[in-house]
Design a binder for this molecule. Structure first.
Ligand SMILES: NC(=O)CCC(=O)C(=O)O
Length: 289
């Protein structure tokens, strides 16, 4: 199926239908976002916190289908010691999350972790399906200079497309949301949901909310963004984890304290919104690719 085409300018816009290929019936998905505080440079403490919050999330009255974690939850931004602290090949993280996913039959979009591969450290999301099988590995493409990521980390070189319970989805990390072309590309590849783990601090709450809503509206997709809370090295992280529907409505939003944010989304709305305003059919890729 051709969803993306680098063509020459033609008198007729290229007609691309994402609607025909996606679910049209109501399909409810329950989400739990672990909006946690992160102890800087203390992977064991953070792993215990994750285990405790996962256990609480799974006991919710309506069991979640997907649990989402924030960015760099194992180490925080302990960049001065990141080579020593990062999880070698992501093995410890994979053990913890894969085992939990399998035991409880739940999908996990495991936020991101500092992962050491040889002499490089990457900021990587791991995802696990209901059988505990790894179905997503995406390393942050755009490193955030304002927090010195570019000095300590190696950027990823590929996009985070994956399949979650049969739903085509994309994953990006924090600063990546400032690059609309990345999310658009994931949407053109079929993504109907977008997962965004983050460590996004004050004073840019306005940017966080606006950019997430914009990505949901312009790509007519469900956006699930999990941000951390707490203080680290004089920086204050505000939480406000968000679940946004493809019309841009905020279905759930966290406060500024540690909590689990629950939401239920209807995947059928993606097709409905894309039919109502056929943005993907009306694109003129020859004019601005
Ligand atoms: N961890 C990050 O990528 C932070 C991005 C951020 O704060 C921003 O304003 O962009």
């Amino acid at each position: 199926m051709l969803l993306y085409h680098k063509g020459k300018l033609s008198p007729e816009p290229e007609r691309v239908s994402l609607v025909e290929t996606i679910h049209t019936n109501e399909q409810k998905i329950r989400l739990a976002l672990l909006q946690m505080d992160i102890a800087i440079g203390e992977p064991a403490t953070n792993a215990r916190k994750v285990e405790e919050m996962l256990s609480r999330a799974i006991q919710a009255e309506k069991k979640p289908d997907i649990i989402v974690l924030p960015e760099m939850w194992n180490t925080g931004y302990a960049l001065d010691r990141i080579h020593e602290l990062a999880d070698p090949d992501g093995k410890q993280t994979a053990e913890l999350l894969s085992e939990f996913a399998r035991k409880h039959g739940v999908q996990i979009v495991g936020g991101s972790i500092a992962e050491r591969i040889g002499d490089k450290v990457k900021n990587t999301i791991y995802g696990f399906d209901r059988n505990g099988v790894n179905h997503l590995s995406y390393s942050k493409i755009h490193l955030f200079r304002l927090m010195d990521e570019h000095l300590a980390l190696t950027p990823g070189e590929s996009r985070g497309m994956f399949d979650i319970d049969g739903i085509p989805a994309g994953a990006i990390i924090c600063y990546d949301i400032r690059f609309p072309e990345l999310t658009r590309r994931l949407a053109l590849e079929g993504a109907q949901m977008l997962f965004v783990p983050a460590e996004w601090p004050h004073p840019r709450l306005h940017h966080w909310r606006t950019l997430l809503m914009a990505r949901a509206i312009e790509n007519q997709m469900i956006v699930v963004a999990c941000n951390r809370v707490g203080e680290s090295k004089g920086t204050s992280f505000f939480g406000h984890s968000m679940v946004i529907d493809p019309w841009g409505n905020v279905l759930a939003e966290g406060g500024e304290e540690e909590e689990i944010v629950y939401a239920e989304v209807d995947l059928g709305e993606v097709a409905q919104v894309r039919r109502t305003i056929p943005v993907f059919e009306d694109r003129r890729p020859g004019l601005y690719d």
